[in-house]
Design a protein around this ligand. Structure first.
Ligand code: NAD
Length: 317
């Protein structure tokens, strides 16, 4: 972004929110992170607390956003995001994806700010077309266990669209595909931190089903680039941001074991209900409208992530 902006990052103490905050502060913007630490942690932004450009407000954004003064951008990245988390906090997830989004939109509207909502590839559900482009409406079970997350995100997208068409709020929706990197929690159930933690400890790698299901994995620095490109733009989206590099969970597990240099074996566990079979973003729109495409190979990203987990042994316990 150009001139110094004042950016409110909802969920700023989470995995993605902390990387966004770090980049924005690094570029000289003022960041107010708002978080209730339900799945995030103050330690994710500890390194920013020394700068006057950064502040952290503890609040549940579903109840309100206690931020005074002018705001140029609102980034809504508050929501439990991994299946383990949103299944533990189903009502909180539905609230933050409805009331939290409403409060964020009201803040943006009152300030004439740009509002970016972190949506997800989960809005495509267990997709019937492959790869997924933005015009695909998805295949979601509205009453399945994952619906608390998927449908909250779909509702959020509708609410964001309503604010744009009704009030002219400057909104943008980003559909994020699986992203990984430092500061993921090793026990949050997501495949990469799980496999890395198990490999580093020489424990068996727990693979859901036969491991033939695929995901496309994006390194966090690339994702941050894409989100900030959408923030600078004025298009509404939705825009897919993710890395089209698609890999089966079995290949991913074996790759991580090899990169770690571990002797871990693979054990098969039951596949979660409604677990998508395939996932790959069509990023034509992001490339055309935002000039964005990922720069960091999956291997380089995995190396950096493994290094981080290796040098932060306290989090792998
Ligand atoms: P995360 O759990 O690390 O971060 C979410 C943050 O939001 C946490 O710090 C949490 O404490 C905070 N939060 C949750 N509910 C809140 C509330 N009511 N009030 C205030 N703070 C609240 O997860 P993440 O991976 O960083 O995901 C961030 C956003 O990106 C989420 O909206 C998620 O749905 C979306 N997303 C992430 C991915 C991914 O691969 N990481 C993929 C698709 C979408």
């Amino acid at each position: 972004m150009g001139n110094q902006q004042r950016v409110v990052v909802l969920g700023g103490a989470g995995f993605l929110g902390s990387h966004l905050s770090e980049r924005l502060v690094g570029e000289g913007h003022e960041v107010v992170a708002v978080d209730n630490f339900i799945t995030g942690s103050e330690s994710n932004v500890e390194h920013l607390s020394g700068t006057p450009l950064f502040s952290l407000v503890e609040a549940d954004v579903s109840d309100g956003i206690p931020v005074e003064g002018p705001v140029d951008v609102v980034l809504h990245f508050a929501s439990p995001a991994s299946p383990i988390d949103y299944l533990e906090f189903p009502i909180e997830t539905l609230k933050v994806g409805s009331l939290g989004t409403l409060n964020g939109l009201e803040l943006a509207r009152a300030n004439d700010a740009r509002f970016i909502m972190a949506s997800t590839s989960e809005v495509y559900g267990d997709p019937q077309i492959h790869p997924q482009h933005e015009d695909y409406w998805g295949y979601v079970n509205p009453v399945g266990p994952r619906s608390v997350y998927d449908e909250a995100k779909r509702f959020s997208e509708a609410l964001v669209t309503g604010f744009r068409t009704t009030y002219g709020t400057n909104t943008g929706i980003v559909r994020i595909f699986n992203t990984f990197g430092p500061r993921m929690r090793p026990n949050d159930g997501r495949a990469i931190p799980n496999f890395v933690r198990q490999s580093l400890r020489g424990e068996p790698i727990t693979l859901a089903g036969d491991g033939s299901q695929t995901r496309s994995i994006c390194y966090v620095d690339d994702l941050v680039d894409g989100i900030l490109a959408l923030t600078r733009a004025s298009i509404p989206g939705p825009v897919n941001i993710g890395n089209p590099h698609e890999i089966s969970m079995l290949d991913l597990a074996q790759w991580i074991v090899k990169l770690v240099g571990s002797s871990s074996e693979t054990v098969h566990i039951e596949r979660p209900v409604d677990d998508p079979t395939v996932r790959r973003p069509d990023i034509t729109l992001a490339t055309r409208e935002l000039g964005w495409e990922p720069q960091i190979s999956a291997e380089e990203g995995l190396r950096r992530t493994i290094e981080w987990f290796r040098t932060h042994p306290d989090v792998t316990r």
